[in-house]
Design a protein around this ligand. Structure first.
Ligand code: ZN
Length: 427
């Protein structure tokens, strides 16, 4: 096609236009003389153990993405890989005095590790006197727990997964499978009936508050009167938190034992995920781990409930994405609970055994285990992948099984009894 007729060539027009545009850009780039140029100061980010709380307090502004209400693990879920190494050496008096050495070890380990700074804590000696029992007051008004983690995903609202795990997701935060709540240890062993869950981890792993509350005990040993195994050094360095919420009018507490270092003092307020100490092996242990308990007090109670008021923490810690919990009740033909019965959970999809446990051992002493007020169970297995599973109990040589469907973030309940027609053992 022919180029446009005479007159000013198009290229000239473009050059002129660019020149004018450039002039305005230049003008606009100059600060007006009567307006001060304000250079925004760069906020120096502070690194705190609970920096996410600060973020929550600041908010995200309108139209921002709401926070997830399901705890997202920072590492993919992996089954426990700890070798089954059981040291059954009897606990000697010497081992009870290992606390100092362990504390030194943890201090050195902490100093050598470039981790986030921890809140300062008073030395154990300056904390509450060993003779003082810290008497608590329940909250003036019973409140629901914080929205993170979720209260319940169960459509009937039965679950109470109100606590995060006391150890991070990139560490071992599952209960030791051969010493579940209510058990006496591996087959053939006769350990103390377990009042909590054990999470074996290296000395120095951070231990965090499971939810908001007030530290009511932070010392070596737990000296609450009225219950067996209270007034001893068995717990080593131990922290007890009374939470800002209760359960059906009862105060609720979490307990963290065998710590190498305690990072809080009695009376201190803590938020969920605050670092309260470091994993250790103080007290009566066969290796470094956190012993984690959930205790319920009496309605209106003002003292720390005893060892006899524990409940299975696996029914209180929020499940991870893609997993749920199976709680069950194993009874004999007369309807009595069957104690110490082996229970196996097998995936219907893969055919693989995904977990094993034993039913609770109830004793008639003050040292006892308790079924959950909601579920009335006598066994629990947690971190079970969603989907259908066969749960098999061995009731005095009779094999009873049932199929349960595990739904994410909820408890699936199963009743296994020889009172019903037992399944023929078709293997
Ligand atoms: Zn334990």
């Amino acid at each position: 096609m022919r180029q446009g007729g005479g007159g000013i060539p198009a290229i000239t027009l473009v050059i002129v236009a660019l020149g004018i545009f450039g002039f305005f850009v230049f003008q606009n780039a100059q600060p007006a003389t009567d307006v001060r140029v304000i250079i925004p100061t760069q906020a120096v980010p502070t690194v705190e153990a609970n920096a996410w709380v600060a973020i929550l307090e600041q908010g995200f502004g309108s139209g921002s993405t709401p926070l997830p209400t399901v705890e997202i693990p920072s590492a993919p879920f992996v089954p426990p890989t700890l070798a089954l190494q059981i040291d059954v050496t009897p606990v000697s008096a010497d081992s009870l005095s290992q606390g100092d050495a362990v504390a030194q070890q943890a201090t050195a380990l902490l100093a050598a590790t470039p981790t986030r700074p921890l809140p300062t804590a008073a030395p154990l000696e300056t904390q509450i006197p060993v003779t003082q029992i810290y008497v608590t007051q329940p909250p003036q008004q019973w409140q629901p727990p914080p929205l993170i983690p979720p209260l319940s995903r169960d459509p009937l609202g039965r679950d109470h997964y109100w606590f995060i795990r006391p150890v991070d997701s990139n560490a071992n935060n599952r209960g030791l499978f051969y010493y579940p709540y209510g058990s006496d240890g591996p087959e053939g062993e006769n350990w103390r009936i377990h009042a909590g869950l054990d999470m074996p981890n290296p000395i120095g792993e951070t231990v965090r508050a499971a939810a908001d509350g007030q530290v009511i005990w932070a010392a070596d040993g737990l000296r609450v009167s009225g219950g067996a195994f209270q007034d001893t050094y068995s717990y080593g360095n131990v922290v007890v938190i009374q939470h800002d919420f209760g359960f059906e009018g009862r105060p609720i507490y979490t307990l963290y034992a065998h710590l190498a270092l305690v990072n809080v003092i009695a009376g201190q307020r803590v938020l969920a995920r605050d670092v309260i100490g470091l994993v250790g092996n103080t007290g009566r242990v066969t290796g470094p781990h956190v012993h984690f308990e959930v205790r319920l007090g009496e309605p209106g109670g003002t003292t720390v409930p005893t060892y006899a008021n524990t409940y299975n923490p696996a029914l209180w810690m929020v499940p991870y994405v893609g997993t749920g919990v199976i709680a069950g009740r194993v009874t004999d033909s007369a309807g009595r609970v069957v104690m110490d019965a082996p229970v196996t959970v097998r995936s219907r999809a893969s055919g693989q055994v995904v977990d094993t446990t034993t039913t609770y051992i109830f004793e008639n002493s003050g040292v006892d285990v308790n079924s959950d007020p909601v579920w009335n169970e006598n066994f629990v297995v947690a971190d079970i992948p969603v989907g259908r599973h066969e749960v098999v109990a061995d009731i005095g040589g009779t094999r009873v099984s049932a199929i349960v469907n595990v739904v994410e973030g909820t408890t699936a309940f199963v009743e296994l009894t020889t009172a019903a027609t037992p399944e023929a053992d078709g293997s």
